[in-house]
Design a protein around this ligand. Structure first.
Ligand SMILES: [Zn+2]
Ligand SMILES: [Zn+2]
Length: 68
């Protein structure tokens, strides 16, 4: 799909793609290719999706390390 026109967020740069969430067309400055969201939606969703660190088991140390 090719889109042309100006970014709906800054009205300055050329559109690269549309936001998957709000559907607005954004330039490369205002569009995040990794998430497919515009920068506005990125902010609303609390930053990058990868930002939420999964709980990691608190150190395998001391569990299976005893060898006699
Ligand atoms: Zn823009
Ligand atoms: Zn958006």
């Amino acid at each position: 799909m090719s889109v042309s026109g100006l970014c709906e967020l800054c009205s300055t740069n050329e559109i690269v793609d549309g936001c998957d969430r709000c559907g607005r067309l954004a330039c490369e400055v205002h569009y995040d290719r990794e998430t497919g969201l515009c920068t506005d939606c990125l902010k609303e969703s609390g930053g990058t999706p990868d930002d939420e660190p999964e709980r990691q088991p608190d150190g395998p140390d001391g569990v299976d390390t005893y060898q006699f």
